[in-house]
Design a protein around this ligand. Sequence first.
Ligand SMILES: [Zn+2]
Length: 311
Amino acid sequence: MTLLNFIEQYPDEASCKAKFKEFREQAGVVCLHCKGREHYWKADKECYECKHCGYRQGLKTNTVMHKSKLPFRYWFIAMHLLTATKKSFSAKELQRQLGHKRYHPIWHMAHKLRSAMGARDGEYILAGRIELDEGYFSTEIPVSEKDKPLKRGRGSQRKSKVLVMAESEFVESPRKGQKPRRVGYLKMKVIEDLQSDTINGQVQKLAQCATAIDTDDSTSYVDLKDFVPQHNAVVIPKDKVGEHLPWVHIAISNAKRQLLNTFHDVKPEFLQKYLDEFCYKFNRRYFGEALFGRLLIACVSYKNEFRYVYG
Ligand SMILES: [Zn+2]
């Protein structure tokens, strides 16, 4: 959606609220008491009343805006900014654009939107041929590690480990300039360690429908053959990763660059949220202007589970 379209469609709080209500009712309002699906809209109190048991709930209840005091228009502007560009927005930048006094409500809002993106993508299970590799993302040193000596390299406290999986089929007789593999859905998961049990668990959960999996020859992947019909482990020299695992490689470097450009000092506990946003947009890269509406559907469909006392 262009900025002009956005301003035309959502000029004020009432227009945002009406759109949100429309989407909420399309998704279906469910009674929190009896699970009934038929409701009256009480316009004077701005709430739904269950036709069966009379239980009332507000317009924001059980959505991503659950208990939020921010105006609908803030949410809509944030959704527009997050979907209108490939880039992301820091909470500081959102706060500046909105001209809001306090930082923390805006920071929470941004993370709740990312949670909705993550929840939506969480419903998808990877299928077909898959590239798998791990990435090491720079993050702040966790509080529990602050007094310990700094380790170097991949095991450093400044690095978070991320398992990256991408659906990636070979293209039959690619045209000139066309990539030899076609990418589908992408997933990135922050993991505690690279033990094979950890990797196995994630693959079983996120890629149940995989028919083949391509990796390097790391010992972390030795059991994958037990879960996937075909496992191709190849010895990959460092400078050839782009050839053997092209899409996970591209995804990792793009995500790293985006994080570096937008955020300063990502805390390890929030890295997953930023990756969720990156994957959500990557997985909908051809949606164009429809992306805003898709995010709105996600927002009415998921109650936010994001809780964090900012200290
Ligand atoms: Zn009810």
